[in-house]
Ligand binder design. Structure first.
Ligand code: NAP
Length: 459
């Protein structure tokens, strides 16, 4: 069998995108030919060694991320093309752009070996982005529940539904991937490609840029703290949340509050403390002001500093945390294992500061604690997490918006921890504030609540 054929009708890019911008019906959109090319953000295979030998902090996404036109690929029967109104920066956008812990081209090459349609992904460029909100402009012949013209958001769990291991919890599937990180044709583009089983309805009370920043981080936090697959919070639980005003942390805080637990947020500035208080997180620790030094040097941790953090938590909430929401990794894991309550759980999904972890195992086994690994979410969990947004129970932590051409700048902000919450990226939407179709629900959730992170960023 040959390679999948790309669309062959050349149409001015602006025609279909203008139609989307003007709110054209599905029928009209379906009648306009697909363009051959789309604007997209990508890294290049021939540059994957460009930062070799440099310190992480010096690797600059503004140099490695390119914005240019690339060919629109062919569409598989179970996929849709989406005109992406807005997307977001995730930390995986940073990992791809600095080629750490490894170049993502290896993922694409492996995917290409698996199937006829998989072959499309191994290209000399990798279009990144694991979030999107937009409008379906084409649906493959096997797509049943969605139509051209539907307004959608996208979760990034990319699974092969013909793989038996996908059919208990799809996150346990041996073929599980993260769209736009381990696959090509991601959301930081005017047109992206997703499987129909990644689609979810767009929350009607949100703008495009508000709707685009939730799926990856909210679903991750939902699985970690709400789903039975994670460490579900029950009423009265105390939950220590590292990076509580960051991408996943800001959703974690809201899920703990909604579950009747008490979040203890850790952040690194007075302004982040204020943001969290406005979100409803009463107990906040400023790790910078408290100057915790968990590591005496590169090789030695300081138990007295773990103990100091534990005392600070008890002073705030009168107890040790039942659950620790962990993701900084090497710099905090020793402290996280120490401060968790006897019988408590440390649930972890990442290791931003380093994945070779050290903790004192005596504190784990003698106090019967559990370390629970977690990774993104299955479709059911992502759908439930999206429902919390649709119901206005969880608000988007959108703090800033960049145009697609400035994606490198936006990723640089996240790489250097200069942001709060989430950064949105405008793609087809030519300005902010578009996309609200349910102003009544928006009013009932409250403009102030919906814009907490944005207002704090602008102060
Ligand atoms: P983010 O928006 O940058 O937030 C991370 C927060 O962590 C920062 O706001 C920072 O808060 C805190 N932090 C960073 N370094 C720290 C350190 N050394 N010690 C203590 N706190 C530190 O990133 P994110 O989107 O929340 O993602 C966080 C991590 O989770 C990333 O590594 C990402 O790749 C990973 N992730 C994994 C999954 C998954 O499915 N497995 C999904 C989403 C994200 P303060 O400076 O305010 O303390």
């Amino acid at each position: 069998m040959g390679k999948p054929a790309a669309p062959s009708n050349l149409t001015a890019m602006s025609e279909i995108l203008d139609a989307v911008r003007s709110g054209a019906s599905g029928e009209v959109l379906a009648s306009i030919d697909m363009p051959l090319k789309t604007r997209a953000v990508f890294v290049r295979r021939d540059e994957q060694s460009m930062f070799e030998g440099m310190a992480s902090a010096d690797k600059d996404p503004r140099v490695s991320l390119h914005v240019d036109e690339v060919p629109v690929p062919a569409l598989a029967p179970d996929e849709v093309f989406i005109a992406v109104m807005a997307s977001s920066i995730n930390f995986n956008s940073v990992w791809t752009s600095i080629f750490e812990p490894l170049s993502t081209f290896g993922f694409l090459d492996r995917l290409a070996k698996e199937s006829f349609w998989g072959q499309r992904h191994a290209l000399d460029y990798h279009v990144i982005g694991s979030d999107a909100a937009g409008v379906i402009i084409r649906a493959g012949s096997a797509v049943r529940n969605w139509s051209v013209g539907d307004e959608v958001t996208v979760h990034c769990n990319y699974v092969d539904d013909q793989d038996p291991s996908s059919h208990d919890d799809s996150m346990l599937s041996s073929s599980q991937r993260i769209w736009g990180f381990e696959t090509n044709f991601g959301g930081l583009a005017d047109i992206c490609v997703v499987k129909a089983n990644q689609l979810m309805p767009k929350p009607t009370h949100l703008t495009w840029e508000e709707a685009a920043v939730n799926a990856l981080c909210n679903s991750t936090a939902y699985r970690m703290l709400v789903s039975h697959n994670g460490a579900p919070v029950t009423q009265g639980d105390k939950v220590l949340i590292w990076g509580a005003s960051g991408g996943i942390g800001s959703f974690a805080v809201q899920h703990v509050l909604n579950s009747g637990g008490t979040p203890i947020g850790v952040v690194s500035s007075a302004s982040k403390v204020e943001t969290l208080r406005e979100l409803g997180c009463e107990h906040v620790i400023d790790r910078r002001a408290n100057d915790y030094r968990f590591w005496k040097d590169e090789h030695t941790q300081d138990e007295s500093e773990w103990r100091r953090l534990g005392k600070d938590i008890r002073a705030l909430v009168g107890d040790d945390p039942d659950i620790v929401f962990e993701h900084p990794g090497r710099s905090t894991m020793g402290a996280s294992v120490f401060v968790a309550k006897r019988g408590g759980t440390i649930v972890t999904c990442a290791a931003t500061s380093g994945y070779m972890i050290e903790y004192d195992n005596r504190h784990l086994w003698m106090k019967l604690k559990t370390i629970k690994g977690s990774h993104f979410s299955n479709y059911r969990e992502a759908w439930a997490a999206n429902q919390t947004i649709m119901d206005g129970k969880v608000v988007p932590p959108l703090s800033a918006v960049f145009p697609l051409v400035e994606t490198g700048e936006a990723a640089y902000e996240v790489h250097h921890n200069r942001h709060e919450g989430k950064i949105g990226v405008l793609c087809v939407a030519d300005r902010e504030g578009l996309g609200i179709t349910n102003p009544e629900l928006r009013a009932s959730v409250g403009e102030d609540r919906l814009t907490i992170f944005r207002r704090h960023d602008q102060e």
